[in-house]
Ligand binder design. Sequence first.
Ligand code: CA2
Length: 180
Amino acid sequence: MRLSLCEAVPYNGRGAAGNRPCGAIDRPDARMPNTIFVLNGPNLNLLGTREPDLYGRATLADVEKLCRTTAQRFRLGMEFRQSNHEGEIVDWIHQARAESTAGLIINPAGYTTTSVAILDALHTIAAPIVEVHITNIHAREPFRRHSYVSRVARGVICGFGVEGYALAIAGVAAMIGAKE
Ligand code: CA2
């Protein structure tokens, strides 16, 4: 059986110009990556319940809704998760190695500055990675400025409050050529 380019070359989600099989932008296709992972690190389950001056009043459930609505605008599905355990986040990153993954958005929270394990796992992801922080980590204590995750992130968004998650999804959509 003869394979056309679009059958032989799975879309890699990076949206490289001139290397996009099948006119993926114009014709949504079941074979296109269509799922965005949004991963949240430790203590973000407390969002909206403490320190509202710093992190705002939106709860993590509100953030999930915002992400879901935003992903739907681009006809993308979403896996939204939070964990207080480093190994669980590493396992989820491994799940995101699936060909169906269009992008991975991560707020590593306290693991931002410490986790080589999360960095190593992210290194195995082909889809674009965007790092999100609710606060402007550069305007806070100096120890918050160093991020292991930034080494593999295609983009970093910080200081826009929870709206940063929606910006990150729109950013991933632009990177992979998904249109509203
Ligand atoms: O600004 C961000 O999104 C952070 O990733 C949040 C982390 C912090 O360690 C990073 O430096 C910046 C802290 C997440 C803790 O979340 C809470 C939310 C509400 C109440 C208490 C903690």
